[in-house]
Design a protein around this ligand. Structure first.
Ligand SMILES: Cc1cc2nc3c(=O)[nH]c(=O)nc-3n(C[C@H](O)[C@H](O)[C@H](O)COP(=O)(O)O)c2cc1C
Length: 328
């Protein structure tokens, strides 16, 4: 029988399939269903830096306002019910610790290294087995230099690593001017993993109602090619694990990511569309594929088609359509 267990961020996982951070990983009941379906781990829905900072400021303000209270300021803080959000999040982690066997990875969506990193310790204390940091701010400041934008990643990592002893991974997008170099440099900071690539909320225009609306909440199947290429190019060259996410909608694509060098995959859209039970089928199909190819463990084939191992490494580097479509 093939063995589909794997390590990831120093954790032992019984499957390389992880339920990605999303609304599907926001309650104990849903997480138990994900575990039952056979996922190797779960990344919780992200807490947002703003939620953490607002709560910290409120606490600070409450301390300072015991003698002198500004009612308007307290009204302002009262409009954000973040107090509940943060304590609910910690409770979810500690409930998971008691009732869920698979590793539960906390997630924080952040855009600065200011103030909030000290909160990361609470996630560890509550029982999170690792923390995934989802770092990205749209570079909409047209004056800000690329290096400044990039530096935030290194500042956040340094600040968070000082606070926690559990493994930390970073979830990034592909929007860097020199992606491969940044991935390699990030991998040497002491993080345990990199998740490639995050997928964002995108705006569209509704021409009937003349308004800006969200579009394509879920990924399409062809979107896996971007993480596939970069996992293939960077695996064996980075100092941490790589997790693949975006556009992974079937077991064949999971196998492709492993062949490219991914340690694990993180799924969201297909679980929304097909239900979390589909993880069980994916595990079975990976198992069947391994049997067919006579692989006993994931390490027997992981990375065998990375750029450095593939018979045709240039295949990952080609970007122009030199021959295809050049003749009708
Ligand atoms: C509805 C929804 C909510 C999501 N929320 C988060 C989130 O809170 N934090 C995060 O890091 N990623 C979030 N994601 C991104 C997913 O974790 C995942 O990386 C992305 O959707 C690509 O995987 P997919 O193609 O399987 O959907 C969300 C995705 C969806 C569809």
């Amino acid at each position: 029988m093939p063995n589909i267990s794997t390590t990831y961020l120093g954790l032992q996982l019984k499957s390389p399939i992880i339920a990605a951070s999303s609304g599907l990983t926001n309650s104990l009941e849903d997480i138990k269903a994900i575990e039952k379906a056979g996922a190797g781990a779960v990344v919780l829905k992200s807490l947002f830096e703003e939620e953490i900072v607002t709560e910290m400021e409120r606490e600070l303000h409450q301390m300072h306002s015991q003698n002198y209270l500004y009612p308007e300021t307290m009204d302002y803080y009262d409009t954000f019910d973040v107090e509940g959000t943060l304590s609910d999040y910690l409770r979810l982690i500690s409930d998971c610790k008691k009732e869920v066997g698979i590793p539960v990875i906390a997630s924080v969506n952040c855009i600065t290294a200011h103030n909030w990193p000290s909160y990361a310790r609470n996630l560890e204390d509550a029982g999170a087995r690792a923390i995934e940091l989802n770092i990205y701010a749209l570079p909409s400041d047209l004056e800000r230099k690329g290096e400044e934008q990039e530096q935030v990643y290194f500042d956040v990592i340094e600040a968070v690593l000082k606070e926690v002893s559990i493994p930390v991974s970073i979830k990034i997008s592909h929007y860097f001017s020199n992606l491969g170099e940044v991935i390699t440099r990030l991998s040497k900071t002491g993080i345990a993993g990199l998740t490639l690539f995050n997928r964002f909320y995108s705006p569209d225009i509704d021409v009937d109602n003349l308004e800006v609306i969200p579009t394509h909440i879920f990924s399409q199947e062809h979107e896996y090619t971007m993480p596939l290429r970069w996992i293939a190019i960077t695996s064996n060259r980075v100092d941490c694990h790589l997790a693949a996410t975006t556009g992974i909608h079937d077991s064949r694509t999971i196998v492709k990511m492993l062949l490219a060098g991914a340690q694990v995959v993180q799924l969201a859209s297909t679980l929304y569309k097909n239900g979390v039970e589909t993880i069980q089928r994916y595990n079975h199909e990976i198992d069947q594929w391994m049997k067919k190819h006579d692989f006993k463990n994931l390490d027997d084939f992981r990375g065998s088609l990375s750029q450095s191992n593939a018979a045709n490494p240039a295949g990952y580097l080609r970007v122009q359509f030199m021959k295809q479509f050049s003749q009708k």
